[in-house]
Design a protein around this ligand. Structure first.
Ligand code: MG
Length: 299
């Protein structure tokens, strides 16, 4: 090959390479449909409006299909809530805590308060069709608390087993929420919550991830994958520096890695806003919904 022919061939090659990305894109296999669906939910206080009807109209106007009330709110305003949900494309996603006492209380009075109030909320949660009731085993500030040792772990699993079986009878679940170390030294990682679900040996014991607390994780993807659809029942979302609407903290509000895990595993439960506002809620809330939709597409 002489010098002239060499350049001609090289240029043809370069042209082929330049055309390649579009050819490769058209040959790339479509992403498998795992059954994953983006279902956005708002906590009761996030939805703008005074009455349930106004709040739910607001959710529907943004394509939000889940509503997350507190446990106390559910029990005390059950009829209003159930009536407001009638005929809407909106369901109760999960119930956020609201019980008294805590499961690892060392004081029998506090433990009894937990057992009674939690079971009442679980019953109402089943009745209204919630995926579950969110709970934390013990906040760091709660005293007196059982020591963090093997005996307590076994006790926690036994207690959760009983509670989980009760939840199954009620048609719902209990959902363990890992928090950050300042708020809950007992449970910080999604994988640790998933292991408790496994060891509790009840279909009624599930766990969740909260992107705000998940700053403690080394990987959003690995954390959510460690629970998988077997245990992962709910997600909370917020901006990642100030716990406001996704997007309000700029570039750090990236959920793509976590969303990729949810899409690959076939997650079809809810992603619920648990956050405050920095900017004007009328502007920043719809923008946050759009950001979530766009990052879900991207994942
Ligand atoms: Mg949360």
């Amino acid at each position: 090959m002489n010098r002239k022919e060499f350049f001609k061939t090289s240029l043809l090659g370069a042209a082929a390479v330049a055309a390649a990305p579009s050819l490769l894109a058209s040959c790339a296999p479509a992403k498998k449909d795992t059954g994953a669906r983006l279902n956005i939910s708002f906590q009761s206080g996030k939805a703008l409006g005074e009455t349930y009807a106004e709040k739910m109209d607001y959710c529907e106007s943004l394509g939000v299909t889940g509503f997350e009330p507190g446990g106390w709110e559910l029990v005390n305003q059950y009829d209003d809530l159930a009536k407001a949900l009638e005929g809407r494309n909106l369901k109760v996603s999960a119930i956020c805590a609201g019980f008294e006492g805590f499961i690892l209380a060392d004081d029998p009075v506090q433990k009894e308060a937990f057992d009674t109030s939690m079971r009442r909320i679980v019953e109402a949660a089943g009745q209204i069709g919630s995926t579950g009731v969110i709970m934390v085993p013990a906040f760091s500030r709660q005293e007196p608390c059982k020591p963090n040792n093997q005996e307590t772990y076994d006790y926690l699993c036994e207690q959760l087993h009983e509670l989980g079986e009760y939840a199954v009878k009620c048609g719902t679940t209990v959902i363990l929420e890992p928090l950050n170390r300042a708020e809950c030294f007992y449970l910080r990682l999604v994988s640790a919550a998933a292991a408790i679900c496994r060891d509790a040996k009840s279909e009624g014991v599930k766990c969740m991830g909260d992107f705000w607390h998940m700053k403690e994780e080394t990987s959003d993807y690995a954390a959510l994958m460690s629970a998988g659809t077997k245990y992962l029942q709910h997600i909370h979302i917020a901006s990642r520096a100030n716990r406001c609407n996704p997007g309000e903290d700029g570039d750090v509000d990236n959920y793509v890695d976590g969303f990729r895990a949810l899409k690959e595993m076939g997650y079809d439960k809810y992603i619920s806003f648990e956050c405050g506002n920095i900017g004007d809620p009328a502007v920043v809330i719809p923008a946050a919904v759009e950001l979530i939709k766009s990052q879900w597409q991207q994942a």
